[in-house]
Design a binder for this molecule. Structure first.
Ligand SMILES: C[S@@+](CC[C@H](N)C(=O)[O-])C[C@H]1O[C@@H](n2cnc3c(N)ncnc32)[C@H](O)[C@@H]1O
Length: 347
């Protein structure tokens, strides 16, 4: 089995190293993608949860064609062949994308339009069943998926998996663009703060993450030496504590529903703090952003996944992703294995 995996531009080598943790070998790579050499079936489970991967195609078919129209013709032949023995009755995912480059994005759109027109002529019933996007369902799903790596070059596949990264919509009132990261992280774990839940936000200012929790009716203790911005500064559900967030400990007896942490600091230091929070059952769920630009992110991943002592050993759910909205960062989102059940009533 072969795989084609996309990533953020510039992260190909890191993705190759991440894949190597599962004994896969990179066969080829380009701007924002790598392809993986034949892998034994038994090994396929690991890469379904990559940090630096974004979209994975199973058994990709390499396509080269001199024009958009020729590209679309090759794709239509491939698609018609693939559905020949299938009875399509429900919706059928499809996805056309490209490396993040304006001209290529536009080229992919043109090829999609040509392909759609050809499909309409050949099989209009099938074209009505098409549904745009790769469902985020943590396993490979069937459909028709195309990714353009250059003007006349790309890959197509009949099976693909999305690792869940998604461009989010900015909210006008949010005090910072960091808001987009936490909204994306909620999507990745399928969980978000609910009304009356308690949140502790370490490194909260100017307040994008706090704002996302307040929007959902949660209470927030925002810990930051710096100032919060409006509209959260004077919000009745926020308590701003001007303290060192690295030393902050929650009120005695409290199991906070959510721990947020977004501090520009060495990731090892942050990991040690979060591991302490999980070990001591101080929080149920957490979202943590790690600034990995000056460190080796693969060493960080290894540290998190170290059996028995790593952060992952204290989690019942853990997703580690380089989000669409992350830069030289990765985000951890998960749920802790609570050892303590007692709850604390907020004053
Ligand atoms: C990247 S910003 C956080 C952005 C925030 N998540 C948002 O959505 O607006 C990092 C924040 O961490 C705060 N910070 C850094 N080190 C800190 C520390 N030791 N104690 C408290 N705050 C700290 C900074 O003042 C800064 O406001």
């Amino acid at each position: 089995m072969n795989l084609f995996i996309t990533c953020k531009s510039g992260y190909e080598k890191i993705l190759s190293r991440e894949i190597a943790l599962y004994d896969f070998i990179t066969k080829n790579s380009g701007n924002g993608w790598i392809s993986i050499k034949s892998v034994p079936k038994s090994q396929i489970s690991g890469p379904e949860d990559l940090c630096f991967g974004q979209i994975i195609f199973k058994n990709p078919i390499e396509i080269t064609a001199p024009s958009s129209n020729a590209f679309a013709s090759k794709l239509i032949d491939l698609f018609m062949d693939s559905i020949q023995k299938k009875i399509l009755s429900s919706s059928w995912p499809f996805f056309f994308s490209s490396v993040n480059n304006e001209k290529l994005i536009s080229r992919a759109k043109t090829i999609k339009t040509y392909w759609n027109n050809k499909l309409n002529k050949k099989a209009s019933r099938v074209s009505k069943l098409l549904k745009n996007g790769i469902p985020y369902i943590s396993k490979f799903g069937e459909g028709f998926f195309v990714y353009l790596t250059d003007f006349n070059h790309g890959f197509a596949a009949l099976n693909a998996l999305s690792l869940g990264q998604k461009r989010m919509k900015m909210c006008q009132d949010a005090p910072s663009r960091s808001y987009l990261k936490i909204e994306e992280a909620y999507n990745i774990i399928g969980l978000e703060p609910r009304k009356n839940e308690k949140v502790i936000d370490l490194g909260a200012a100017p307040g994008g993450w706090t704002y996302s929790a307040l929007k959902r009716g949660a209470y927030v203790i925002a810990v930051d030496n710096g100032p919060l911005n409006e509209p959260i500064k004077s919000h009745p559900l926020v308590k701003h504590i001007k303290e060192d967030a690295l030393k902050f400990i929650p009120p005695k007896g409290l199991i906070t529903d959510w721990l947020f942490c977004d501090i520009i600091e060495n990731p090892d230091i942050i990991l040690n703090i979060i591991t302490k929070w999980l070990k001591r059952s101080w929080c149920r769920n957490f979202i943590v952003n790690l600034k990995v630009g000056r460190t080796d992110p693969i060493a960080i991943l290894k540290k998190i996944k170290t059996p028995k002592t790593g952060l992952s050993s204290y989690c019942s759910l853990l997703k580690i992703r380089q989000l669409y909205h992350d830069r030289e960062e990765i985000t951890l989102a998960g749920t802790s294995i609570l050892k303590r059940k007692k709850n604390y009533i907020y004053p």
